[in-house]
Each structure stands twice: as C-alpha cells, then as structure tokens.
Design a protein around this ligand. Structure first.
Ligand code: ATP
Length: 246
C-alpha cells in the first residue's frame, strides 16, 4: 500500500562563517524563511523543516502552500529522497517521481533520442520499459528528425518539449510537483496540459507545491500550510485556502 510517513523530520542547513550578528532577528521578523538559530559566533543554522509529523495515504492529493522560504521545496526534496532528514525519519512506500527539475541529467552533446533514454533511466525505468515507451515519447515531442541530432542544436522551447515528454511518460504511485508544468507553443501546451492532467489523476498520492489558489482548488483534497518550516494548518481546501489566501 502506497504511503508516506514523516516522523519528527527536521532539515537543517549549517551556514559557516556567518558574520552578520543581527541576521537571526532580521529574518524572524518577517513571514518568509525558515527558522534561524545561531550556534556559535561563526555558525548559523537555518532550519528548512522543523519537526514535521505527517502521514499521507492513497487518495491524498496534497497542496503545499506557504510564503517564500516556508519550507515547501525542502519538504518536496525530502519526499523525493533527494534530502535525508538531519533529524527524524522519512518512510516512503511507493515509487515516487519528482517533476521538480525535469532537465536534470540532460546531456547537450547527446541526441534527443539518447536524452530521452537518459531521463527515463534516471526516473527508474528499466531498459525494457524504456524500449516499450520510447516511440510514444518521441512521437509526443513532435520533434521529427531533430530527435537524431545533438540537443545543443535545439531552441529552448524544443529542449523543454523533450524534457517534458520524457518526464511525464512514467505513471508513478507518488507524484511530486512544484507548480504545474506547462510548456511549448499553443498547440503543444494544450497537449501538454492534457498529459499532465492524466498523470495527476492517475497517481495514488499527489504532492503539489503552488502559489495558485485555482490550481490547488482544482487538484487537491488536502492542503498543508507551512510557515517557518512547521505545519501551520493541515486540512480540507475549503478551510485552509481561504485562511491562507484571505
Ligand atoms: N541549500 C540551502 N542552504 C541553506 N539554506 C537553505 C537551502 N535550501 C533552503 N534553505 C532555507 O530553508 C528555508 C526553506 O526554503 P525552501 O526552499 O524550502 O522554501 P520554499 O517554501 O520552497 O520557498 P519558495 O516559495 O520561495 O520557493 C529557507 O529559509 C531557505 O533559506
């Protein structure tokens, strides 16, 4: 059964050689940012996440909200396995795929087709799965003969089409996203949106960080509001969204 359990999870970033004495007070006086503690004269700790306890089950479509620096990206990275908590435990049962950085692992000297293979392998697909899907992915990009030339010859939009098509070709049990992925010219954007929606609808657990109320209201059945690395509110969209957005 797909599920996620975070127990007393904290993520700390030590900053060495910090010399600004008033740093802590300055930052804590605003809504943005994680918690800041001065450890010694020279070391300051920024707590991106501060003692998070959280259980996510199948069917949870979670929207993550919070001001800049509240800890959303840090939490997405813990859930993707990119960060290990500096305290506490993160138990993740299920295949998690993150669409946080879809360009990760892209090689400008490799062809489009080779890059699709690379990206798929990075997401955990087996060679057989890649062989089964590659033609569909190539077709979705609509890049034609460009698929057989090096990626460095692509325009930015063409690179994004390729990264998008490969990254959305897997149907994971846990889908982790930072805002909605949208790319390309009008025709591609329309197809891309449909593909994203079908991915989001088919995943067992969705975690979507966003600053868009409409997007969260449309796709989520649970909203978690982070502030200074802690959970300020966790509940139904109709309760949490108005409290946050006002
Ligand atoms: N690599 C890092 N080194 C030091 N501090 C970091 C690092 N990454 C994040 N932080 C700190 O952790 C806190 C949480 O940052 P995070 O990126 O998770 O916020 P966020 O909610 O995603 O913000 P935004 O909406 O601006 O993307 C911030 O105070 C930030 O300064």
């Amino acid at each position: 059964m797909t599920h996620i359990k975070l127990q007393n999870v904290s993520v700390e970033f030590p900053i060495f050689n910090s010399t600004t004495r008033s740093f802590k007070n300055k930052v804590l006086s605003v809504a943005t940012g994680g918690k800041i503690e001065r450890k010694t004269d020279r070391i300051v700790i920024i707590r991106g996440l501060d003692n998070i306890n959280l259980t996510l089950n199948e069917g949870d479509r979670v929207g993550l909200i919070g001001h800049n620096g509240a800890g959303k990206t840090t939490l997405l990275r813990v859930l993707s396995g990119i960060y290990t908590p500096t305290q506490g435990h993160a138990i993740i049962h299920g295949q998690a795929v993150s669409l946080i950085n879809i360009n990760l692992g892209i090689d400008p000297d490799a062809t489009g087709r080779q890059n699709i293979r690379l990206r798929c392998a990075m997401m955990g697909m087996t060679p057989q799965e890649i062989a089964e899907k590659i033609e569909d992915i190539c077709e979705f990009t609509d890049l034609g003969e460009f698929l057989d030339v090096p990626l460095r010859t692509y325009s930015t939009g063409m690179q994004l089409r390729l990264a998008f098509s490969a990254s959305t070709s897997i149907k994971p049990e846990i889908l982790i996203m930072d805002e909605w992925l949208s790319t390309g010219d009008e025709n591609f954007k329309e197809r891309a949106n449909q593909r994203m929606q079908s991915l989001v609808d088919s995943t067992k657990i969705l975690i979507l960080a966003s600053h868009s109320k409409a997007l969260l209201a449309k796709n989520c059945n649970r909203i978690i509001w982070l502030e200074h690395g802690r959970i300020k509110m966790d509940g139904q969209p109709q309760d949490v969204l108005p409290a946050y957005f006002g």
